[in-house]
Ligand binder design. Structure first.
Ligand code: GDP
Ligand code: MG
Length: 441
């Protein structure tokens, strides 16, 4: 974890006036490793480190946070800025039909993303969308898009055997104009590797269809390789954005940073799975956190800062700094969770919470159960709340009776307490909620 590593580098620096060049340089060595581990391309890492070093050197050390945290914050901000600061939408402002052309290597997720975006445009934006497959390379490609079209209820251009991609594009546009479609999505053929034939075909289609958006689809799991692909494509066609697929996998998101740096274009969507609604707008801040290996602690802290009552936060911070997290704290957290949008909103934001959430849903815990848990804690004696280890079988039976639940439910609360305690320890390592809130607030 980057924050731990930086903590080590900076511990001795506490209380000094300004961030010194040599300290920043040794911190940047850690940042460099973190970025490479996250699969950011080497040249991109180099540029990034240089610009951040320049920014950080000479900044005065804040009193309220550890210097390590301060540097993480500087790095986090620089990452976010480089990733594009905020989500950017599709630009379809043109006399209809607006054409969106999807390009990329074979298997990157073009066809899937085409159907996902079409569904999104139809359902969220009320657009009348037509999709057309220009993939004459793979035998079943056009059929694949047709099937997806039926699945998401979006029209596809009827398949005519033997047509070339440019002809299909022309036919799609004519047909869309006649039937007054708002958007035409062109799903092009990929190749296993970039080759000139593919590029020429792409250029010809772009000339014919004058797309408003040309989206490069890249698989986030291909890491370094994705950079060469992006480089090649962006030299040949005027890309307007990137779709990063398979972000549901264990990619750390480094490809996002590389993509942005190489193409100079915003990432517009991320693919989060094979299902048709598994697509999201790109959130630079979230991905920055992922790259730095902080889970989404950043968004959690922002959310927490917005909802946690000052007093509660201070109390909790004070306790946590002593390494305590008891049932009273869990109760506060449960109530907090409900306020912050329930379990679903929390899962995935924090390292550890995803697993906890999965474990909880597996045993049937949902937002309603949060209320039960509150009742269970209410049935504990003050001593038990402070020291959950006291809870033996006999006490558990009493509590279950008192709260109108089962011993299994009580055990669930204990398990959750353990999970939360673990998560809290992680936060504590980073300087506590208060420190975090100060640095991100
Ligand atoms: P194409 O050759 O570029 O058109 O790629 P496809 O759209 O046919 O996708 C190839 C495979 O990747 C399919 O099995 C998709 O279901 C899968 N896929 C696409 N996007 C995602 C994603 O965001 N997450 C996951 N897990 N799988 C994806
Ligand atoms: Mg395809």
């Amino acid at each position: 974890n980057l924050t731990d590593r930086l903590g080590g580098v900076f511990d001795k620096l506490r209380g000094r006036g300004a961030l010194k060049e040599e300290d920043v340089r040794s911190a940047m060595r850690e940042v460099r490793i973190a970025l490479l581990e996250a699969d950011v391309a080497l040249p991109v890492v180099r540029d990034f480190i240089n610009s951040v070093t320049e920014k950080a050197v000479g900044q005065s050390v804040l009193k309220s946070v550890a210097p390590g945290q301060q540097v993480v914050k500087i790095v986090n901000d620089a990452l976010t800025e480089m990733l594009g600061s905020e989500a950017s939408d599709l630009d379809l402002a043109v006399a209809p039909p607006a054409v969106i052309m999807m390009v990329g290597l074979q298997g990157s997720g073009k066809t899937t993303s085409t159907a996902k975006i079409a569904k999104l445009l139809k359902e969220k934006h009320g657009k009348k969308v037509m999709m057309a497959s220009l993939d004459v390379q793979r035998p079943a490609a056009q059929e694949q898009l047709k099937v997806l079209g039926e699945q998401v209820n979006v029209a596809t251009l009827p398949i005519v055997a033997g047509q070339m991609p440019v002809d299909i594009a022309r036919r799609a546009l004519q047909s869309a104009k006649l039937q007054s479609f708002d958007v035409v999505m062109l799903d092009t053929a990929g190749r296993l590797h970039v080759d000139q034939q593919l590029m020429d075909e792409m250029k010809a289609v772009a000339n014919e269809a004058t797309p408003k958006e040309i989206l490069l689809v890249v698989d986030s799991l291909t890491g370094q390789d994705a950079v060469n692909v992006a480089q090649n494509f962006s030299e040949q066609v005027p890309l307007t954005g990137v779709v990063l697929t398979r972000m549901d996998g264990d990619a750390r998101g480094g490809a996002a940073l590389s993509m942005r740096a190489v193409t100079g274009r915003p990432i517009k969507f991320v693919g989060m799975g094979e299902k048709m609604d598994a697509i999201e707008p790109f959130h630079p801040g979230r991905v920055a956190g992922r790259i730095l290996g902080m889970g989404d602690v950043v968004s959690l802290v922002e959310k927490a800062a917005a909802t946690v009552e000052r007093e509660d936060a201070d109390k909790l911070a004070a306790k946590m700094s002593k390494g305590q997290f008891d049932m009273n704290d869990l109760r506060t957290q449960l109530r907090q969770m409900t306020k912050m949008g329930g379990l679903g909103a929390l899962a995935g934001m924090m390292p550890g919470m995803k697993k906890a959430k999965a474990a909880m849903s597996a045993s049937g815990v949902d937002d309603k159960v949060l209320v039960h848990m509150d009742a269970i804690i209410g049935s504990m004696t003050p001593k038990e709340r402070e020291k959950p280890a006291l809870l033996n079988a006999k006490r558990k039976i009493r509590i279950a009776k008192g709260s109108g639940t089962t011993v299994q439910d009580v055990n669930r609360v204990l398990k959750m307490h353990q999970e939360m305690e673990g998560a809290m320890k992680k936060i504590r390592k980073m300087g506590g909620l208060k420190g975090l809130a100060a640095m991100f607030g």
